[in-house]
Design a protein around this ligand. Structure first.
Ligand code: ASP
Length: 307
């Protein structure tokens, strides 16, 4: 019998259009999504857990400088990289998250360790990195995360008269959601946040219930976009609540929450899967790096809204 599974990933939503994204960036984005999808799909195909699949997919994207997570994360106003990540297991409602980490190669692996090896859910700053060292999570020098392109993007923002932070958010937070052969769902999200962020700003990505949530009774959700608005709406948990308590489909819940996000002036998107194997996405930006595969379908990879 074929094991049934579904994997959906994203590499951020934003203002990507065929006429503004260079062919090289377009190709790099698609190649990165394909590699991440393959890493997660290999685990699910072998009967592995959704939790392992979402972590594997996100780790590939964290290593890929084309995306704003791990290596290639955007710079803070002070010219540093500070990563946020979260992971959640829908079977037991276990969750782990980290914010502002600077010396951990895979922030999502650190979030997983917080979930598995600590009594806590959310660790921040240098303490989170220290926890990783104490639990065998791979370190990386802060310089490893930094790329010339992200430095250039920070310089561009700082040169604007109204320099605040990057409100276009087109630099590719990453995430994955999956359902495995046992019907368990999981979600993971990882990001460098917004270019030019300061004051220790943390967005929705590592906040359980805002940017990341998974519940076997409902769905798994990973978000990308205007973090402050996602936090105010509690988007990821709200999607799960509408599915669980109101009986909505994941498609209706995702579409409606993205509409409600827009009503509050927020831009962005979500990826979703349900324990019954359906999966998809919704977004209100011109594009979103996204990909999906199931046990009986070929990889589907897209960037622009009309693909
Ligand atoms: N949601 C992320 C944040 O607010 C950014 C993004 O998805 O582009 O940090």
């Amino acid at each position: 019998m074929t094991t049934q599974w579904t994997l959906v990933i994203h590499g951020g939503s934003g203002s990507m259009r065929p006429e503004t994204l260079s062919p090289a960036d377009d190709a790099a984005g698609r190649a990165g999504l394909a590699a991440a999808l393959a890493a997660g799909a290999a685990i699910l195909r072998d009967g592995g857990a959704a939790l392992d699949a979402v972590q594997a997919a996100v780790e590939v994207l964290e290593d890929d400088p084309a995306f704003n997570a791990g290596r290639g994360s955007v710079f803070t106003a002070e010219g540093r990289v500070e990563c946020d990540a979260a992971i959640m297991d829908g079977a037991a409602l276990d969750a782990g998250a980290v914010a502002g980490v600077r010396t951990t190669r895979h922030p999502v692996a650190l979030a997983r360790a917080v979930m598995a090896d600590s009594p806590h859910v959310f660790l921040a700053g240098a303490g989170a990195d220290q926890f990783g060292r104490a639990h065998g999570i791979e370190a990386a020098d802060p310089a490893w995360f930094e790329t010339p392109e992200r430095r250039r993007q920070l310089d561009e923002i700082l040169a604007r008269p109204d320099a605040a932070f990057d409100s276009d958010m087109k630099y590719g937070t990453v995430g994955a959601v999956a359902v495995d052969g046992d019907g368990h769902v999981a979600a993971a999200t990882s990001t460098g946040g917004l270019t030019g962020k300061k004051w220790g700003r943390v967005g929705d990505s590592p906040l359980i219930g805002a940017g990341t949530y998974a519940d076997d009774r409902a769905a798994a959700v990973s978000c990308t976009g205007a973090g402050e608005v996602f936090i105010r709406l509690g988007v990821a948990h709200e999607i799960c609540a509408r599915v669980r308590l109101a009986g909505w489909s994941i498609e209706d819940a995702a579409d409606t929450l993205v509409d409600e996000l827009g009503e509050l002036g927020g831009k962005g998107g979500v990826i979703v899967v349900s324990p019954d194997g359906s999966g998809g996405w919704a977004f209100n930006t011109p594009g979103m790096y996204r990909a999906m595969q199931t046990h009986d379908s070929a990889p589907e990879i897209a960037i622009y809204g009309d693909e």
